[in-house]
Ligand binder design. Sequence first.
Ligand SMILES: Nc1ncnc2c1ncn2[C@@H]1O[C@H](COP(=O)(O)OP(=O)(O)O)[C@@H](O)[C@H]1O
Ligand SMILES: [Mg+2]
Length: 641
Amino acid sequence: MGSLSPANALFLVPERLFVPDKIVLLPDNIANQIAAGEVIQRPASAVKELMENAVDAGATEIKLIIQDAGKSLLQVIDNGSGMSETDARMCFERHATSKIQTIEDLFHIRTMGFRGEALASIAAVAQVELKTKKAEDEAGTYIEVENSVVKKQEPVAVPNGTSIAMKNLFFNVPARRNFLKSNAAEMRHIVDEFTRVAMAFPNVFFSLTANDQQLFHLEAGSLKQRILQLLGNNYNTKLVTVKEDTDYLNVYGFVGKPDTAKKTRGDQYFFVNNRFIKSAYLNHAVMSAYREMIAADSFPMYVLFIDLDPTRVDVNVHPTKQEIKFEDEKIAYAFIQAAVKHALAQFSIMPTLDFDLDASIQQLPSVQKPFTEEVKSATAFTSIYKGFTEKHQAHIIEPLRRTELKHWKDFYEPSPAVSSQESTAGSEEAIAKTETGSFQSLLAVHHSSLTSEDTALTIQLHNSYILTQTPNGFILINQQAAHERVLYEQLTAAMQGKPVATQRSLFPVTFELTPADVAIMNEVLTDLSQLGYLIEPFGKNSFVIQGTPADVLQGNEKLIVESLLEQYKNFSSEVKFSKREKLIRSAAKQQAVKSGNKLTESEMARLTADLFNCKQPNISPDGNPTYLEFKKEQLEKMFSR
Ligand SMILES: Nc1ncnc2c1ncn2[C@@H]1O[C@H](COP(=O)(O)OP(=O)(O)O)[C@@H](O)[C@H]1O
Ligand SMILES: [Mg+2]
C-alpha cells in the first residue's frame, strides 16, 4: 500500500473521530486524464482527432508531422478556419465544442468531431502548443498547455489556420507511456489513421512527414487518384466503380477486380457519411457479392462510401467512433451487396440477366419516406426485399455456393409436382445412390423416373455451350471453362500421386528454345513428366519429346509443348502461384477443349459428368463460372408468372 493520506488515516480510527463526507470532485486534470484514456490510447488516436478537427475546420491543406512515432512530437498544421483568442483557450476545456449545441444536433451530425473531448484529452496527457489565426483577425494566438494547465499565452504572427503540436505524449502518465509499442508498430497505426482520413477526403491535400522524411504527399484529386496514391498504382486498371443512388442511401466508391483479392485482409474501407467505420456485417455483404469469384480465404479490396441522412445512423456508439448503428442495418446490407454485385456484373465478371437495380431499389417501401415502424416491418415482407437479403434473386443468376454443390443430386431432386406422382421405391433408391454415384447413374435414374417431357435433354449451342435439362430447370455449361476445371483437378491429383499416362511418340520430335526458355524448361521437366509429358534435353538448347499425355491428340507434339510453355510464361508474374500450380494451370488451359469445337453427344455427357465429379465444379481455375443454373421458379419469375 502507498502512503496514507490524512483523510485515510481518519478512516482507520472511526470509533474515535467524526467521519467527514467522503465524496470529492476530481480535479480537472485528473478527470481529463481518465477521460483521455478512452480517447487517446496511442499516438495514432491523436492523429485521427487532430486531422478530423482540421477537416471540420474546412482546411484544404493538412500536414502531419511526426517525430519518434509520435512519442516525442505529433503535429497537425492546417489552413482551415482558425480560432479566435477566446476559442483557442476554450478548446482545451472538456465538452468544449463548436459543433453541437443541443441534443437535437447530435442526430444531425455532419462533422467528424462533436464530443469536445479530444483536445481536452490531449492536453491532459501531453505538452501542447497551439498556434491559430482566423483570416479576419490581425494577429493569431499562441497557447501552451501542459497537464490541462495553460502555461503561456501570447499573440503571435502566424498564417491563417491552426497548428497543434503534441509533445511528449504520456509524459505525466508513465504507465501509459511504457505501454506504447515499438516505434514501428506505433508508426503503422499512425499510417492507418492517416490513410483513413486522407481516403475520406480526396479533395483535400494531405502530407505525412516522419523523422524529416516525407512519406506521403497527396495532391487533391478524385477518389480514384487518392486510392492509387494511398494503396499503390497496381490498382490502376483493377478498380471497378460502384455507384447506386437511392432516396434512402447512396453507395459509391470502388471495389477491386477479383484477381486483386489478397490473402491478408488489408485494403478494405467503409465510410459512412465520410466517417471510417469497421463493420463485420457490412464486410460480409461485400464478401457475399464476390462469392465464387475469389478464393474463400482471400479478401477483396474495397473503398466504399455510404451516405445517408444522419438521422438514420447513430455515430454516438463508441468514443473512438469506429462503430456506428444504422437505423436499419439489413437495408444497408442489402444495398451494399446489390451495389457491389451490380458493379462486378457490369464488368462482366459475373453472369447476369438483368440489372435494373436502381428501379427496384427505388420501389422499396423503405426508400419512400416516411420511414415508420409500420413501413419498416412491411418492407421486410416484400418480395424485393427478400430478394436482396435471401439468395433467391430473380434478377441475378447466381453461381451456386460450393456447399450446395457437394451433391450433384441437388439438381435432380424431383420438383414437388414430379415427386408426388412419379416417385417410386426404385427411383428413391437410385437417387440415394447418387450421393456417391456418377452423373450417368443419375441420368439413368432420371430417365426412368420421369415423364417423357422431363427427359434429360442435352444439346450444344454455338459449339461452345452445353445445355442440359434438369427436373428443376436447366443448366448451361461453358465447355471450355468446364473442361479447364476438370483437367485442373485431374492434373492436380496427378501431380501429387499417380502420374498421367503417357503415350510414347512413334517419331520423337525435337525442338529448340531460346536460352531463357531453356532455363524455364529445365526447371519444369520433372513436373512435366508427372503430367504425362516426357521431354528430355537433347544437346545445346534442344529437347526431344518422347511422349505426351495419352488423352492429348498425337501428331502435333511440338505445337502442344510450345503453347504449354507460352501459357506457363504467361503465369510467370503470378507470384501467388507455385511453380507446379502454374504448370498445372498451363496444362489445363492448353489441353482443354476450346469454345467453337463441336462435341458429340457422348463427349458432352462425359464432360458434364466429369465436371460434377469435381471438388469445385462451379468455377474455372481462373475463377470464372463454369455453368449457370436456371431454375424453373426463376424462369417463371422472369416471365412474371
Ligand atoms: N484545427 C482546428 N481549427 C479550428 N478549430 C478547431 C480546430 N481544432 C479544434 N478546433 C475547435 O476546438 C473545438 C474542440 O475540439 P475537440 O476537442 O476536438 O472537440 P470536437 O471536435 O468534438 O468539437 C472544436 O469544436 C473546434 O471549435
Ligand atoms: Mg475533434
